[in-house]
Write a protein that binds this ligand. Structure first.
Ligand code: HEC
Length: 233
């Protein structure tokens, strides 16, 4: 079949398919409110405010999303021993191969850095958010907000970030806590630091000078002599 006949067949096929299937899925989706149930399909219903609130629990570094609540280091210590220490150890040192939550300060440049909440994590909000979603492992989302504040306070204390066991963490003083490694994290600055690559006509071909070949393995005689090497079938 010639090239032009091929193209014609494709156009015909497209027309036929278009005619048979009606508007494309993309056309159907455009302009549709996806939060509304589909009247056409008779499926689903709109999520209730309570259902959305149950999923909408993220806590951000600037404190947005923090629920009202409070808990002290001492309360957190008691809870931690009861619900967390079996895996993470009494002082967050980790039992067996369960994750270590404390220590490791100053090890980040070592060959085997000890990355813990205290030595590595830049934001306290991640600790709250993580515990709220995922811990205790196997019984996730069983903790109250006050318990999570207390546990977060205890993790701060085991990392020497707060020293007083009467210290109370709450939604108001939360963002005043600075994590030791926070400064080592920075915003993605490639838009400015790699500005030379961001232009309308980026180089796509022969962008680097071709290296000059000064010698080849054969001519400088580094290829092993066939007679001395193992025989390959
Ligand atoms: C049955 C064992 C177990 C128990 C009990 C448990 N955890 Fe965990 N925890 C884990 C495991 C496993 C991970 C790592 C999960 C992963 O990386 O996906 C983890 C991770 C964490 C982390 C993140 C550590 C990191 O550096 O990534 C925190 C914080 C934490 N747990 C806090 C708690 C708190 C608080 C409790 C008690 C309410 C608790 N855990 C109870 C097993 C447990």
């Amino acid at each position: 079949m010639s090239k032009s006949a091929n193209a014609l067949t494709l156009v015909l096929a497209a027309c036929l398919l278009g005619g048979m299937t009606g508007p494309s899925a993309a056309q159907q989706m455009a302009g549709r409110d996806v939060t509304k149930p589909s009247a056409k399909l008779g499926l689903g219903r709109a999520a209730t405010a309570e259902e959305i609130a149950a999923w909408d629990t993220d806590v951000r570094p600037d404190g947005r999303g923090l629920p009202v609540g409070k808990g002290t280091v001492k309360q957190g210590d008691d809870l931690f021993q009861e619900k967390c220490a079996s895996c993470h150890g009494e002082f967050g040192q980790g039992v067996g191969r369960w994750p270590v939550l404390a220590g490791g300060a100053g090890t980040l440049k070592a060959d085997r850095p000890d990355k813990t909440v205290g030595s590595f994590w830049p934001d306290l909000s991640t600790v709250f958010d993580y515990i709220k979603r995922a811990m205790p492992y196997g019984n996730a989302q069983s903790l109250t907000n006050d318990e999570i504040y207390a546990l977060t306070a205890y993790i701060l204390s085991m990392n020497d970030i707060v020293k007083d066991e009467k210290f109370e963490l709450n939604e108001k003083n939360f963002t005043s806590i600075k994590m030791p490694n926070a400064a080592a994290f920075f915003e993605d600055d490639r838009e400015t630091s790699e500005k030379q690559f961001w232009n309308k006509n980026p180089c796509m071909k022969d962008c680097r000078p071709v290296p000059k070949v000064t010698g080849r393995a054969m001519s400088i005689d580094v290829t092993p002599d066939g007679k001395s090497g193992p025989k390959v079938e």
